[in-house]
Design a protein around this ligand. Structure first.
Ligand SMILES: Nc1ncnc2c1ncn2[C@@H]1O[C@H](COP(=O)(O)OP(=O)(O)OP(=O)(O)O)[C@@H](O)[C@H]1O
Ligand SMILES: [Mg+2]
Length: 446
């Protein structure tokens, strides 16, 4: 066969050059909007190679290890199941014509496959073949391959066009890989930021906890000393008033004396609360059933028609060890605060339950608690709640948001002091306008 006859039998021999350029231009424009590598392979097989008179086309993708090609798209007879490939062909690098192109990274045109030893025939026996590699950076990422039933179907023009298609495809693949890497970098950054925020938050929480513990300790010692001194003074004052009582029996002087005695009694009560905060109360602990204490304090609440308070007591809780008089006062304090915060007559709920506390538990505890079993008593209201700005101060002695004369600000200080002296602590959970829950943790006796 002369060279001229050969050239005439090429696939593109009577193809309009403008039509080829139009197809390639459309491909270059469409490339921008192709979202994934999979879409790209199918687009190339069907809309580019397919429209350029190639009778078939198989695109293979190479693995990262550069050892194997896997079929990822096909055209014509080799594409019987639409976009799904049931048993993708796998070809090791170096094997057959496609495997050799992948290994050598060089395009190849074979005029007559019958004369080629490396040809591996598939279902349709072909006579000529063209195969070009897809190269990104210094990696072979795949090959585009086409076969033809006639010998000599592919010449320099077909090779040039297919190499152009491969170059555009490779460039887009590189772009997609870069987009993937940036997305991954962005996700890594987001993860690192989240991790950092978490660490900063827990460090801040730990610092706040430490600060509070130190503050309670310092204020506790000061309050204790102050209460002690003041108590000595008050003992002298009360003694003198008692002495006067024997002398004064009537009139204005008696009224003044009584007023002074009432003031001294109030002073004595304050001192008791201050001593409780500084954990210097002389306690007489005894075995107590917390449910029994609650029932005895609020007998009316056990009747369903009593609307102001709801008791949700665990069916069984371990006994605890506590000073009964102080325990009553502590619960009454919490209920008093709850009533003050929810003046609309909302229901106050008292709950008891037995829980296990471990160091990993993140609870809003005012002071640290050793791991172990505890009986917890919670008083929940849905009143005003406590703002985050006020929350760290509410256990400070004399801190109150009540008007002068209506609150001493010693209620919660006494509660905390008593709970610590009893081996437990207090937990507060509150959201402004949604209410507050104060929980007392008592070590459970086995
Ligand atoms: N259940 C609650 N809801 C909203 N705020 C509360 C609640 N309990 C306590 N507080 C806030 O904590 C402050 C301190 O409470 P604490 O019991 O120590 O003192 P007080 O109630 O103000 O005074 P006292 O107990 O002498 O009547 C209160 O003034 C209030 O601002
Ligand atoms: Mg109070």
């Amino acid at each position: 066969m002369s060279d001229a006859t050969k050239a005439n039998s090429h696939l593109f021999s009577d193809l309009d050059e403008a039509a080829t350029l139009r197809i390639l231009n459309a491909f270059a424009v469409d490339l921008i909007s192709i979202p994934t590598a999979e879409d790209l392979f199918w687009y190339v097989a069907q809309n580019v190679v397919g429209r350029l008179r190639f009778l078939d086309c198989v695109i293979y993708q190479a693995d990262d290890a550069q050892t194997e090609l896997v079929q990822v798209a096909a055209l014509g007879e080799k594409n019987p199941f639409g976009r799904s490939i049931l048993n993708p062909l796998r070809i090791p690098f170096g094997q057959g014509i496609t495997g050799q192109v992948a290994e050598r990274r060089e395009a190849i045109v074979i005029d007559d496959l019958q004369l080629d030893e490396s040809y591996i025939a598939d279902t349709q026996v072909a006579r000529s073949e063209i195969c070009v590699p897809l190269i990104c950076g210094n990696q072979v990422v795949g090959v585009i391959d086409s076969e033809h039933p006639e010998p000599g179907a592919f010449g320099p023009a077909e090779l040039e066009v297919l190499i152009t298609i491969a170059a555009l495809t490779s460039a887009k693949l590189e772009l997609l890989a870069e987009a993937d890497r940036s997305r991954q970098r962005y996700h890594d950054l987001v993860d690192a930021h989240a991790q950092l925020s978490l660490e900063i938050t827990s460090r801040k929480a730990l610092e706040a906890e430490l600060f509070n513990a130190r503050k309670h300790d310092a204020v506790g010692r000061l309050t204790g000393r102050f209460a002690h001194e003041f108590n000595n003074l008050l003992t002298v004052i009360s003694g003198n008033l008692e002495f006067l009582e024997e002398e004064i029996t009537e009139g204005l002087a008696l009224e003044t004396l009584n007023a002074a005695q009432t003031a001294a009694e109030r002073g004595a009560k304050l001192i008791l609360s201050m001593l409780a905060f500084s954990q210097r109360t002389r306690l007489e602990p005894e075995e107590v059933d917390l449910n029994g204490v609650v029932r005895a304090l609020f007998p009316a609440a056990q009747h369903p028609e009593f609307g102001a308070m709801e008791l949700r007591l665990a069916s069984h809780t371990s006994l605890i060890e506590a000073d009964l008089n102080n325990l009553d006062a502590v619960i009454a304090n919490l209920v008093g605060n709850a009533r003050g915060a929810a003046p609309g007559g909302d229901v106050i709920r008292i709950t008891t339950e037995e829980i296990t506390h471990s160091l990993a538990d993140r609870r809003a505890l005012v002071t640290p608690l050793s791991p172990g079993r505890y009986v917890r008593l919670s008083v929940r209201d849905n009143g005003t709640g406590i703002s985050p700005a006020v929350l760290p101060q509410i256990f400070d002695p004399f801190f109150t948001t009540k008007t002068v004369g209506t609150g001493t600000g010693l209620g919660l200080s006494m509660v905390l002091g008593f709970m610590q002296q009893s081996g437990g602590t207090v937990e507060v959970i509150s959201e402004p306008r949604k209410g507050a829950t104060f929980s007392l943790y008592f070590p459970a006796k086995d």
